[in-house]
Design a binder for this molecule. Structure first.
Ligand SMILES: Cc1cc2nc3c(=O)[nH]c(=O)nc-3n(C[C@H](O)[C@H](O)[C@H](O)COP(=O)(O)OP(=O)(O)OC[C@H]3O[C@@H](n4cnc5c(N)ncnc54)[C@H](O)[C@@H]3O)c2cc1C
Length: 420
């Protein structure tokens, strides 16, 4: 289904990208997402799973690297184009879009460091081959959450972040020209059991608590790294998740991307980017739910006519439509600003505003779609049931919405009004 884009700056080239992404989302993502949703977490990553063909197809299209700058081999899409493509992929499947975005995270951070320091060594070794990879074989993940630390790590604006007695479970200690890594990351790491590279957050300086952490690029096919079982969950079942264990795993000293001195800035910037993307993906899910409801309302006959001809149904569709447009307007503006902020510093509170608003609205639209489907709405046969479960998980993903709001609230209290 096509839609009118109110943004008059959208070009015909942008529209062509959207059409290609939409075709991919409709013809490749949705069928695979439906199959994965119905499988066990183990089956979903087995050798014969459709996941692998999906990844190959997505990598061929460059959907694994469109967040990366052209200087290191990325597709170099503009922030607007990234938003447009991400919305379409989110329309196809929330979970698979999250997977594609975490797959690029270790490489994106190597690229960010290369841009800051001018040292392209790691970028040439890893990022360019990643961007050129067409078979889905280079897969990253974002390994931050720990068994004992979920919200602690998200609330980077809160005091808990700097308490010396609240320490990372995963610890890195330097021995000569290597870092030695020990500890465990939680089962929540998206793509964790199928990734071969991690963007790893780990303790470097115990005296500073969580704030004493560093950010490492860590290959996962090295001695001392093992994985847990893939996680069974209610929503986003097409998104693989699982634990990663480190037992004296050794990586070269220069795989430390950002030290403790940079952690607060880096963490806030990473979260700003991740939350902006989440708002963007949620926009796609909200639109998918709205379109399902509209299409169904045109064919479901009750009271002697299609239910879309009942005024109260039209009113509900109009409210759903308004929520979708709100999601797109907010998530696009935030994504455009925070992807390339004029002074180089993304504003976390705007990304949080987008994430918490769009995920909440996406859940509301998915909920209303189920209601409009009547009894069919709670059947697995129809898409809204999956959209609802996927939307529910997004209120916790990348930080519980209320914890994100706490962090953003502190910034707002201290720095509103912002100037660019
Ligand atoms: C679908 C999905 C994908 C994810 N992907 C990743 C990933 O790729 N990488 C990764 O590392 N992690 C990932 N996560 C983990 C996610 O970031 C955490 O689940 C999230 O930060 C919440 O942490 P928690 O589950 O430990 O909950 P907790 O932090 O234990 O929170 C439990 C409850 O306590 C409340 N609470 C906690 N602290 C406070 C406080 N200080 N004040 C008031 N209330 C509080 C919370 O609001 C919440 O209601 C993912 C999670 C999901 C669901």
């Amino acid at each position: 289904m096509d839609y009118l884009d109110l943004d008059l700056s959208v070009t015909t080239e942008d529209m062509a990208l959207r059409q290609t992404a939409h075709k991919f989302a409709a013809e490749v993502m949705r069928p695979v997402a439906k199959k994965l949703d119905g499988m066990s977490a183990e089956e979903a990553i087995a050798k014969d799973s459709p996941l692998w063909d999906f990844l190959k197809a997505a990598f061929k299209q460059g959907y694994h690297c469109f967040y990366l700058p052209a200087e290191v081999g990325g597709t170099g899409l503009s922030p607007l184009q990234s938003h447009i493509v991400t919305e379409e992929l989110g329309w196809g499947s929330f979970g698979l879009t999250v997977l594609l975005s975490v797959i690029s995270m270790p490489f994106a951070l190597i690229a960010a460091r290369a841009m800051l320091t001018g040292d392209m060594t790691l970028a040439e070794t890893f990022v360019r081959p990643f961007c050129e990879c067409k078979d889905g074989s280079m897969r990253g993940c974002w390994a931050i959450t720990e068994v004992e630390h979920g919200s602690d790590l998200i609330a980077c604006e809160e005091q808990i972040f700097c308490k010396p007695d609240v320490r990372w479970n995963v610890k890195a200690r330097q021995e000569g020209a290597e870092w030695v890594i020990n500890g465990q990351k939680a089962a929540w790491v998206s793509g964790g059991t199928i990734a071969n590279y991690a963007l790893l957050f780990a303790e470097m300086d115990a005296s500073k608590g969580i704030a004493g952490g560093g950010v490492f690029f860590c290959p996962l096919d090295i001695a001392g790294v093992t994985k847990g079982k893939p996680l069974e969950k209610m929503g986003q079942r097409d998104l693989n998740q699982g634990e990663i264990f480190f037992d004296n795993a050794r990586i070269p000293a220069d795989y430390l991307l950002f030290g403790a001195d940079m952690l607060m800035f880096l963490h806030s910037a990473t979260l700003s980017n991740a939350n902006a993307v989440m708002g963007n993906i949620a926009t796609g899910l909200a639109r998918a739910s709205f379109e399902e409801a509209l299409n169904f309302a045109k064919v479901r006959i009750q009271g002697g006519k299609p239910i879309v001809e009942h005024n109260s149904v039209r009113q509900r569709l109009a409210e759903m439509f308004a929520k979708v447009e709100t999601c797109r307007a907010l998530s696009r503006t935030v994504r455009a600003y925070n992807t390339a902020p004029p002074n180089g510093i993304p504003f976390l509170e705007y990304s949080v505003a987008s994430k918490i608003t769009c995920t909440r609205l996406a859940l509301e639209v998915a909920d209303e779609a189920i209601q409009l489907f009547g009894g069919n709405g709670v059947c697995r046969e129809y898409l809204p049931e999956k959209l609802f479960r996927d939307a529910r998980a997004s209120l916790i993903e990348d930080g519980n919405n209320e914890i994100l709001a706490m962090a953003a609230g502190k910034t707002i209290a201290e720095s509103y009004p912002r100037s660019g």
